[in-house]
Design a protein around this ligand. Structure first.
Ligand SMILES: NC(=O)c1ccc[n+]([C@@H]2O[C@H](COP(=O)([O-])OP(=O)(O)OC[C@H]3O[C@@H](n4cnc5c(N)ncnc54)[C@H](OP(=O)(O)O)[C@@H]3O)[C@@H](O)[C@H]2O)c1
Length: 359
């Protein structure tokens, strides 16, 4: 087996998109229990933006290739792996490292791509679907007819959550940041009497508007589960909207995304704003959670990566749901990673953003 020259995107020093560069390097043959994948598509995650900007708490030290998910074709196999894998279309999860034209991955993180899925759909599926499934099922203990609030419902995680919740007969209020996203969601789910969608802004009357929205589809005006990927000004309304025994599941902090041109010298003002938001981020007294009989959970999918068996069980449970493949995909060329992340950071994207590799 030979080494393979590959292109990679590298964060040399986190902080600005200017330090996010493409390089060439030699990839060694796959070690035992690994396969080498000729990457066709890479799924982008919001965490990639935080990672490039140096705001991602789970980032390892030093130079780093971002990327949590990929799809492609098995190009060579390490010792102990059957050659039957050669040429198979696959997708999977990586603990960083997917922004590359070839990758070596442990076989346990690789799944066969269903025949009727495109490579774009396959790379768009694992990280966000697993994230919201874990949030809803493992942490939220989702039951049929539960009332669920989903923020950023038109985003990658949001659409994956709606897809799962539509299989579970849950009553869902979804929020979005712009009215064009409302149109898209109403086109897709307008016929579903269990789903309704609202604008998230402004935060000051959000709690009341979310209650009114729920009353349109249910007799109750409070939620069993709130999926919070936004935090900031919405944290307290989210908490107040829970029923007794309700669960607030915090898994993202999109409202902390710095806006505008991010060069630190020219845009100190954005970083000051971010620092201000950080200092005034919501905090809670544990005694209050006891009094209110509510639960707040937080999680990061990266921890599940270390628990392969559990992760594979969750994948199997997801397979049993027979979800449709992700349907809304924005495609960029591999060389356009900076443009893709800049667009993603704008908060205007709908569905999943992916990079496609031309070999
Ligand atoms: N904990 C984990 O393991 C894990 C795993 C995957 C994703 N996540 C989190 O889940 C969330 C969704 O991830 P995703 O990859 O599916 O992204 P996404 O929802 O497709 O895109 C992020 C969305 O955040 C919203 N947003 C809110 N405030 C914003 C701001 N100030 N600037 C820009 N956008 C803002 C925008 O939608 P609207 O304005 O329409 O709401 C934007 O489209 C992110 O917070 C991400 O970090 C966490």
């Amino acid at each position: 087996m030979t080494t393979q020259t590959r292109k990679i995107w590298v964060v040399e020093k986190a902080g600005t998109f200017e330090n996010f560069k493409q390089e060439l390097e030699e990839l060694p043959p796959p070690p035992p229990n690994h396969v080498r994948i000729k990457v066709k598509c890479i799924g982008l995650n919001y965490a990639d933006i935080f990672l490039v900007l140096g705001l991602y708490s789970a980032t390892p030290e030093g130079k780093l290739i971002p990327g949590f998910e990929f799809s492609g074709v098995v190009e060579s196999v390490g010792d102990d792996i059957s050659e039957d894998w050669l040429g198979k279309r696959v997708y999977g999860i990586s603990r960083f490292g997917s922004y590359a034209t070839y990758i070596n991955v442990p076989i346990t993180y690789v799944k066969k791509t269903p025949n009727d899925w495109t490579d774009q759909q396959a790379c768009a599926y694992p990280a966000q679907t697993l994230t919201v499934y874990y949030a809803l099922e493992e942490l939220g203990r989702l039951k049929p007819n539960h009332n669920v609030l989903v923020h950023s419902a038109a985003g990658g995680c949001g659409l994956a959550a709606l897809s799962i919740l539509s299989k579970k007969s849950a009553k869902v209020v979804g929020t979005v940041g712009t009215s064009s996203k409302l149109d898209l969601l109403n086109q897709k789910y307008g016929e579903n009497p269990n789903f309704t969608f609202i604008l998230r802004e402004p935060a000051k009357d959000f709690e009341n508007r979310a209650r009114q929205a729920l009353l349109k589809i249910d007799e109750e005006d409070s939620f069993d589960i709130v999926l919070d990927s936004v935090m900031g000004d919405w944290f307290w309304p989210n908490y107040e909207l829970l029923k007794s025994e309700g669960k607030l599941i915090v898994y993202g902090s999109a409202s902390f995304t710095p806006t505008g041109n991010l060069h630190p010298i020219w845009n100190i003002i954005h970083w000051i704003k971010l620092g201000w938001k950080y200092i005034w981020r919501p905090t809670i007294d544990p005694m209050q959670i006891v009094k209110d009989n509510k639960t707040i959970s937080g999680f990061n999918l990266i921890h599940l990566y270390e628990k392969q068996e559990r992760m594979n069980q969750l994948f199997e449970q997801l397979q049993a749901l027979e979800l449709e493949p992700p349907s809304k995909i924005n495609e960029f060329e591999f060389d356009q990673a900076v443009e893709a992340l800049t667009h993603f950071k704008s908060g205007k994207t709908v569905g999943k953003n992916v990079l496609s590799v031309q070999h």
